[in-house]
Write a protein that binds this ligand. Structure first.
Ligand code: UTP
Length: 222
């Protein structure tokens, strides 16, 4: 199976045990003959750097480029944790990632261009490499009807259609400080590609194996 795994930066952020946990899980998946691509986010470090740049009135595209640099830094940390199991350099485009996979190693990348997040990078990569499954490892246990941090009556969804996801994101995007499970571009790519997608709790790396094995974890988009 070809797997694309998006790991939120806030899931990995400077947590050595979490990085080691993911390295173990990813190596196991490769031993079971799966082809594995990973896209790593920027997390709190990206937000810190972007916040500082904004105090100097840096424009948003400039801030995005800072964010991309941090995602690539985090990708290198996961590469360090994976050692010789990983392709040694984070590719800068989805095309380069598909070429890097010919090495037979785990390919780990960060962001690509300004204007979206690593969730969109992962969705485009999944489409480009004809992935069998896209897994989004986030810091919540799935997708809710609305932001669960703000609304106690929010309900977690075990399954939903990509079209419904697009509606939920559009409704949340209208509100300032929205806490979105995926960005709109990622949702649109998932909708058009039809790639089975699972959004799960990235704080438990073992859930990735469960999802690959077809267990019901997180929220399934199909
Ligand atoms: P993330 O993908 O980590 O953003 O990229 P996020 O989803 O907001 O944060 P976490 O990791 O889930 O907590 C960090 C920032 O880098 C820029 C954007 O500014 C983004 O907010 N970025 C990232 C890009 O502009 N393009 C990319 O391809 C990736």
């Amino acid at each position: 199976m070809i797997l694309v795994l998006s790991i939120g930066g806030s899931v990995l952020d400077h947590d050595r045990d979490r990085l080691s946990g993911y390295a173990g899980v990813l190596r196991d998946l490769v031993s079971s003959n799966h082809t594995v691509f990973v896209v790593v986010g920027g997390g709190a470090t990206a937000r810190d750097y972007i916040g500082m740049a904004r105090t100097f009135d840096a424009d948003e595209a400039f801030c995005d480029l800072i964010g991309i640099a941090v995602t690539r830094l985090n990708a290198r940390l996961l590469i360090a944790a994976l050692g010789s199991s990983a392709y040694p350099v984070p590719p800068e485009t989805q095309e380069d990632a598909s070429v890097a996979a010919l090495s037979g190693r785990i390919v780990v990348m960060g962001g690509t261009i300004p204007g979206h997040t690593t969730d969109a990078v992962a969705a485009i990569l999944a489409e480009y490499v004809h992935a069998d499954i896209l897994i989004d490892a986030t810091s919540t246990d799935g997708i809710y009807t609305k932001d669960p941090k703000k609304y106690p009556d929010a309900v977690k969804l075990d399954e939903l259609s990509p079209a419904r996801l697009v509606e939920i994101i559009a409704a949340e995007e209208m509100k300032a400080g929205a806490n979105l499970p995926l960005d709109m571009l990622a949702a649109k790519i998932i909708e058009r590609s039809g790639i089975p997608t699972v959004v799960l709790d990235g704080r438990e790396p073992g859930q990735v194996v469960d999802a690959v094995n077809g267990a019901r974890v997180g929220t399934c988009l199909r």
